[in-house]
Design a protein around this ligand. Structure first.
Ligand code: NAD
Length: 250
């Protein structure tokens, strides 16, 4: 079996300084891709991911850009192309939560979540699709959430953004399929990262009891799904929402 099926490919992963994003960056690099590690505040986390990739003989670079700034998408895509020589795979992973009951969600918390979780992903797709369309090749993988599939009380802003990513994925798949570009979403359930740590042990134990596989998932398990969707073997899969949730949404 080819241990480097993504050799010669370039991937941009947003929010890759921690959690699911860093696991995706490492998995794609292990498969042979050169990886642009997007980060905002956590430069040391991003540097650490790049160091681990270089140690394993891969190629990677960090790109700092705050995705609440509309200009960040162009910075990320253009810098990826300039520093790594192209852009073949995009993983829109960066995301935030500002949880509250809908009646208490402020305009600022609504706008912040939509900006980072949805609008930034759209802008990155738009910027990355230009070179992909020219080359008639490309993979876009949007990290949605089970909260965008089934909804979740206390997460109206986050659910709306993550459901929006699924709509974006399906429309884009129809727009660019004729150019051999695939666009898919991965919808994780509860995954052990900083994002879920804040929920506390008691709530996580209660949630775990409702998951058919009776455990929280790992960032590496989400990264394995992302890696698969980037592989040549997944060339005929597009517009799909791949649940990595231990059966939570079944
Ligand atoms: P995380 O907090 O470790 O990762 C979020 C990443 O997004 C971080 O690297 C952070 O720096 C980056 N980010 C946040 N705001 C940004 C901004 N303004 N500009 C650029 N980058 C920014 O948590 P995670 O669990 O690894 O989350 C990764 C993705 O997975 C998110 O989109 C999240 O919604 C999604 N997700 C996570 C879970 C889970 O249970 N952990 C479940 C479903 C979906």
């Amino acid at each position: 079996m080819n241990s480097q099926p993504l050799a010669g490919r370039v991937a941009l992963v947003t929010g890759a300084s921690s959690g699911i994003g860093s696991a995706c960056a490492l998995a794609l690099a292990d498969a042979g891709a050169a990886v642009a590690v997007g980060f905002s505040a956590n430069r040391s986390g991003a540097d650490d991911v790049v160091a681990r990739i270089l140690e394993r003989g891969g190629a990677a670079t960090t790109i700092g850009a705050d995705l609440s700034d509309p200009a960040a998408a162009i910075t990320l895509v253009d810098t990826t192309v300039k520093e790594l020589g192209g852009i073949d795979i995009v993983v829109n992973n960066a995301g935030i939560t500002r949880d509250n009951l809908a009646v208490r969600i402020t305009d600022a918390d609504w706008d912040a979540v939509i900006a980072v979780d949805l609008s930034a992903a759209f802008r990155i797709c738009r910027a990355a699709l230009r070179p992909m369309l020219r080359r008639r090749d490309g993979r876009i993988i949007n990290i949605s959430s089970i909260a965008g599939v089934v909804g979740n009380p206390g997460q109206a802003n986050y659910s709306a953004a993550k459901a929006g990513l699924i709509g974006l994925t399906k429309s884009l798949c129809r727009e660019v399929g004729s150019r051999a570009i695939t666009v898919n979403a991965v919808a994780p359930g509860f995954i052990a990262t900083e994002m879920t740590k804040v929920l506390g042990d008691e709530l996580l134990a209660a949630v775990t009891a409702t998951i058919p596989l009776r455990r929280i998932g790992t960032a590496e398990e989400v990264a394995a799904a992302v890696r698969f969707l980037a592989l040549p073997e997944a060339a005929y899969i597009t517009g799909h929402v791949l649940h990595v949730d231990g059966g939570l949404a079944a």
